[in-house]
Write a protein that binds this ligand. Structure first.
Ligand SMILES: [Zn+2]
Length: 402
């Protein structure tokens, strides 16, 4: 058996090409609904013949970058170093986590490539492209496909034979799979990672027309990959829940406003959901870091935050790091967790809610932690291991399929 090692985990070199999909924001409610209403016949068929659809735990915070990185490294944020889409550096500046220098662990794709297995990463959102390119793995984005070329000069959109949809269009995720399959054909890739976008899940609930259209289209892509001979698997990075009041307004608690009112002067709230694509969620998620430059204010700050309706826990950073496998130096002095129906913001003045309207759906806390992990092929050892994480996707695809 040929194998390679990434971060102390052993992976078999696959006999068939493997397509691992990060199904961004695929709360289990969407998948359950799509299967119940027979919107995904190809997925259903693959489950009928021995594939698995299991529940796995996502990395907390349940945001996109930490979970993509957990899935591509196969290890926790404590080990790989990525705990948010954004973090606060030593100078107090908020930094987007897009550069591979933030990675403290190698990717499975880089290790595969080094072992002679051609790897490929394709992401819907360009913000992940450089992280995925760690170790020289060919990495492309659907968002920027019109600007990216193959070595022979062909533009990526020509490979797909269609222009790339915009970042706020529902077709971008299916296009990402089309692009991944087209590139893999050209490049001879054997281990392919495709990361989608959760625009649809932020906008609509399961069963709405746009959601139905999306899941039917994704099922056709799963079918196309299966027909092309791939072993296909999907894991969601996080779930998704409505975060609105009965009248439709966003159900937000503004932490900097609450801290100021309590007399805390040294606090800085960091929202690790923040990324360049905030129109659909206004940078509001269900977990926040609070940094306190004056440690003496910690108790007052903790009490003020814990007293907010909709805040279910305020943890000291070291406790949160132990509990949720986080890198202690890249999270706040306090970690604030909202309940399932509430999101956290900085101050009322800093968030533009105009584009959110009455449909705020978001993620980030403990209530978006249970996610689907799907393998569209029979498992050798029948049942998936207990205590499954979404970061086990590549282990299942490479080590446990027939
Ligand atoms: Zn996401």
């Amino acid at each position: 058996m040929r194998a390679f090692v990434a971060n102390d985990r052993v992976y078999r070199v696959p006999e068939r090409a493997v397509l691992a999909i990060c199904a961004d924001g695929w709360d289990p409610d969407y998948v359950d609904d799509a299967l119940e209403r027979r919107l995904m016949p190809r997925l259903a068929e693959s489950l009928d013949i021995g594939g698995i659809y299991a529940m796995a735990q996502a990395q907390v915070p349940t945001f996109t970058n930490p979970n993509n990185v957990a899935i591509v490294t196969g290890v926790s944020a404590a080990r790989n170093g990525v705990a948010g889409n954004q973090y606060r550096d030593d100078a107090g500046v908020e930094v987007q986590v897009t550069d591979p220098r933030f990675l403290r662990a190698e990717t499975i794709h880089a290790a595969a490539q080094a072992a002679g297995v051609p790897a490929l990463c394709v992401t819907a959102k360009d913000k992940l492209r450089r992280l995925l390119a760690y170790g020289g793995v060919p990495s492309f984005s659907a968002e920027r496909a019109h600007e990216q070329q193959l070595p022979d000069g062909r533009v990526l959109t020509d490979l797909v034979g269609a222009p790339n949809p915009g970042i706020y269009e529902w077709e971008l995720s299916p296009y990402t799979v089309d692009l991944a399959l087209a590139l893999a054909r050209e490049l001879g890739s054997r281990l392919i990672y495709a990361s989608l976008t959760d625009f649809v899940q932020h906008k609509v609930a399961p069963g709405q027309e746009l959601s139905d259209r999306f899941y039917r289209a994704m099922d056709r892509r799963i079918g196309a990959a299966l027909d092309a001979g791939y072993v296909v698997g999907l894991a969601a990075d996080h779930g998704m829940r409505a975060k609105t009041l009965p009248d439709g307004r966003p159900n937000v608690r503004y932490l900097d406003d609450a801290l100021l009112a309590a007399g805390v002067a040294s606090a800085q709230t960091i929202l690790p959901i923040t990324d360049p694509y905030v129109v659909h969620h206004a940078a509001l998620g269900s977990l926040a870091w609070v940094y306190l430059d004056d440690r003496a204010e910690r108790d007052v700050a903790r009490d003020a935050l814990a007293a907010l309706h909709g805040v279910e826990a305020v943890l000291d950073g070291d406790v949160a790091a132990d509990t949720y496998e986080l890198p202690a130096d890249r999270i706040g002095d306090l970690v604030v967790l909202a309940d399932g129906d509430t999101v956290l913001g900085k101050s009322a003045a800093e968030h533009d809610l105009s584009a959110v309207g009455t449909t705020l759906r978001s993620h980030g806390g403990l209530h978006e932690r249970a996610v689907p992990l799907i393998v569209c092929a029979p498992l050798r050892d029948c049942a998936p291991p207990a205590d499954l994480r979404n970061r086990d996707l590549h282990d299942l695809l490479l080590n446990h399929t027939t």
